[in-house]
Design a protein around this ligand. Structure first.
Ligand SMILES: C[S@@+](CC[C@H](N)C(=O)[O-])C[C@H]1O[C@@H](n2cnc3c(N)ncnc32)[C@H](O)[C@@H]1O
Length: 237
């Protein structure tokens, strides 16, 4: 087995999903890992227009397990690209919603729901993401609300009253604008995960200052995944 295949299979072993969903993820990760590495602060952003720039498989597995362990049902993802990380988010949200609806039904309540708000401003990318989600079908599609356009507009309104989880896998100048738009809707205990927080530290100075300001209610740690994966928890005021 190649290194990439081992990395992917190890990550997929952490996921509860149908054989079809696992195969789609396996294929997409293979294609994504075959691309040259891309860091948004180091290269012209236009050079990534036809690239996955997908979250690494081990980080996707961590994100899925964080969502499952916290029971997250309302999630925001900035950005989506070809929809790889979104698949993990939607699997977890769908499974958490099913678990919550089982528990609620036992108490006579039939109102459990969930949603991944995904954002992508490059139409060719969002079209591909939709195709990938359609291939998997009901396991992920009903849980995704894809907002096409600039996240500074698409995340401006119509957000869940309480957001449980935010994935910031976006060009660094967009990270703080994305977080600012969802900040007031974060529930206490919500997690915010940011990719490449160490590798792209120069691009994240404003986000770091925002997270470090006690007035904004976060505590943070950086997990030693490749490039550094920031995990911030919103503890409120
Ligand atoms: C690192 S990629 C996301 C990868 C994705 N999370 C995955 O794992 O497959 C970042 C994406 O953000 C998109 N993007 C850049 N600026 C944006 C903006 N202003 N609004 C929405 N999306 C944007 C880019 O087109 C790119 O596809």
């Amino acid at each position: 087995m190649t290194d990439a295949t081992t990395t992917i299979d190890t990550a997929l072993a952490s996921i509860k999903a149908s054989p079809k969903a696992l195969q789609v993820l396996r294929d997409l990760h293979q294609q994504a890992l075959a691309e040259p590495a891309f860091v948004s602060t180091a290269q012209p952003i236009t050079s990534a227009i036809d690239k996955f720039v997908a979250l690494d498989p081990d980080k996707c597995a961590l994100v899925y397990l964080l969502l499952r362990s916290s029971g997250a049902r309302f999630v925001v993802e900035a950005g989506t690209s070809f929809g790889v990380s979104t698949i993990y988010l939607a699997l977890a949200v769908g499974q958490n919603a099913a678990a919550a609806s089982g528990a609620a039904a036992a108490l006579g309540d039939s109102s459990s729901s969930g949603k991944v708000i995904a954002t992508e401003n490059e139409p060719t990318k969002s079209a591909k993401a939709l195709t990938h989600w359609r291939t998997i079908g009901d396991e992920v599609e009903p849980w995704i609300d894809l907002r096409e356009g600039d996240l500074r507009e698409t995340l401006q309104s119509d957000l869940p009253a309480q957001i449980d989880f935010v994935l910031l896998d976006i060009w660094t100048p967009l990270a703080l604008p994305a977080l600012s738009r969802v900040h007031r809707n974060l529930r206490v205990g919500a997690m915010v995960v940011v990719d490449n927080f160490v590798l792209a530290a120069k691009g994240y100075t404003e986000l770091q200052a925002f997270l470090d300001d006690p007035a904004n209610g976060f505590k943070v740690t950086t997990a030693p995944y490749e490039g550094g994966l920031l995990i911030a928890v919103y503890l409120g005021h």
